[in-house]
Design a protein around this ligand. Structure first.
Ligand code: 5CA
Ligand code: ZN
Length: 432
């Protein structure tokens, strides 16, 4: 699928080093250091109610990671999915009387426009689940052949042409633990009771009769009346959630890629199970680092489509808010924090954008240079500012620290404001 426009990322003299990044699986900072190409997968949207500021915050976190990698001289291979067939999307389509494909398409287009406006780096591979149904069903088939998937009696499944009833297929966690380099809970760092709670809250079905274990996740949902389905070797139906990301990630990036990313609501079960499916399919770990952005709240609760407490990027843009201010507002919080969006966050970002513009905008720099010798003496070294900016981002993408570095630099007259503007553009994605 088409992604969106790639913003220009200027190169800046000198370089960053591979960043330290928090790894959810081990709960420590590790070097996100690729051998040559940095390979990144970030879970994409389920396309309805896009793009709220929580989404934007998560994609901005991984945009910052890529900018540090690029500044460190690495090439980046970035893949992202679109969950364009799934229960909540189908429910929304049914509730609003819109065809689910049209709903998905229009929301993906809105997402593209918002991402481009925010100057978020696009993925190299932008893949919708409906584009890879064959690959996903082949993967489910391979898991079944390996004895890692099993059928569960499904009374409401449609009959096949031969008159048999279709059946939902589940992943056998225990068998996979025996067969693959993966242990349930390793990626999420959670114990079983926490996993059971999250599994039920996030789309899992711990109480489904006929499962071998409560935490076994759905791999393939057999066709039901009125639901989209595809005829495949594992029967007519559609993919479960986790297998889509395993298959797309393996297809585009291969095994053991550098970073698997997403919001912290995906830690469990989604990323744990995706890692399990991928390890069972390939015999290798899915990724080296599991990285998660915090949740953005609004009006006291996590911003979410199901609660409806959304601030949309497109809504702010329609009000005339400068996308650079939205970017700076999101960057003012550390990517791993859970925090609440308020008008004050945005107002502070707008004021900051104005101050930075006065201090570093390139046309301003040339105006300054042209003024007479009565100017105050230069007190700030731009090279030192760029180094401090790099140091802040190197440390688990400390964007509040990075913003503080630039704020401090506005208080001095720099020897090279254009260099600082270039670094702000390259590393923070804000073109002054
Ligand atoms: N399609 C799946 C991933 S395969 C999905 O979670 N889609 S989503 O549309 O619900 O979310 C897209 C991304 O935004 C995910 O990485 C999710 O973790 C992140 N996200 C959702 N809500 C928030 C929020 N309130 N704050 C921060 N990130 C969020
Ligand atoms: Zn995903």
């Amino acid at each position: 699928m088409r992604a969106w426009q790639h913003p220009v990322v200027p190169s800046v003299p000198g370089h960053s080093d591979a960043p330290l990044l928090h790894d959810t699986a081990t709960d420590v900072l590790v070097y996100a250091q690729p051998a040559d190409v940095a390979r990144l997968y970030v879970c994409g949207i389920t396309p309805y109610d896009a793009t709220h500021l929580g989404h934007a915050n998560t994609y901005l976190a991984f945009d910052t990671l890529q900018r540090v990698w690029l500044d460190a001289g690495y090439k980046v291979h970035y893949a992202q999915n679109v969950t364009d067939v799934d229960d909540p999307l189908l429910e929304r389509a049914a509730a609003t009387g819109v065809d689910w494909r049209e709903l998905a398409e229009s929301q993906v287009e809105l997402f593209r426009t918002d991402m481009a406006a925010l100057r978020i780096l696009p993925p190299n591979d932008y893949v919708a689940v409906t584009e890879v149904i064959d690959e996903i069903s082949a993967a489910v088939c391979a898991l079944a052949d390996a004895g890692l998937a099993y059928a569960v009696d499904t009374p409401d499944a449609l009959l096949t042409e031969s008159g048999e009833r279709g059946a939902d297929l589940y992943f056998d966690n225990a068998a996979a633990e025996e067969a693959a380099p993966w242990r349930l809970g390793d990626e999420s760092n959670l114990d079983r009771s926490a996993m059971l709670e999250l599994f039920a809250a996030r789309g899992g079905d711990p109480d489904r009769a006929g499962k071998r274990d409560a935490l076994d996740p759905l791999l393939w949902r057999a066709a039901r009346e009125g639901e989209p389905s595809w005829p495949t070797r594992v029967g007519a139906g559609r993919p479960g959630w986790h297998i889509e990301c395993s298959v797309i990630a393996l297809k585009e990036l291969g095994t053991d890629f550098t970073v698997q990313g997403g919001g912290s609501d995906l830690v469990f079960p989604h990323h744990d199970m995706s890692a399990g499916h991928a390890a069972a399919l390939s015999g290798h770990p899915l990724a080296g680092v599991y990285s998660h952005a915090g949740m953005v709240a609004y009006q006291g609760e996590k911003m979410s489509k199901s609660l409806g407490n959304l601030v949309l990027v497109s809504g702010l843009r329609a009000e005339g808010v400068d996308p650079r201010a939205i970017r700076l507002a999101l960057l003012s919080e550390h990517y791993r924090s859970d925090w609440e969006w308020t008008n004050a966050t945005l107002e502070a970002a707008q004021a900051r954008l104005a101050r930075w513009g006065v201090a570093f905008a390139t046309d301003q720099a040339s105006t300054d240079a042209a003024t007479d010798a009565a100017e105050p003496a230069i007190t700030g070294s731009a090279n030192a500012v760029v180094q401090q900016l790099r140091d802040a981002l190197h440390n688990d993408l400390d964007t509040p620290g990075a913003l503080a570095v630039i704020d401090a630099a506005t208080a001095t007259l720099s020897d090279d404001p254009a260099l600082i503007a270039q670094a702000i553009d390259a590393l923070l994605g804000v073109q002054l």
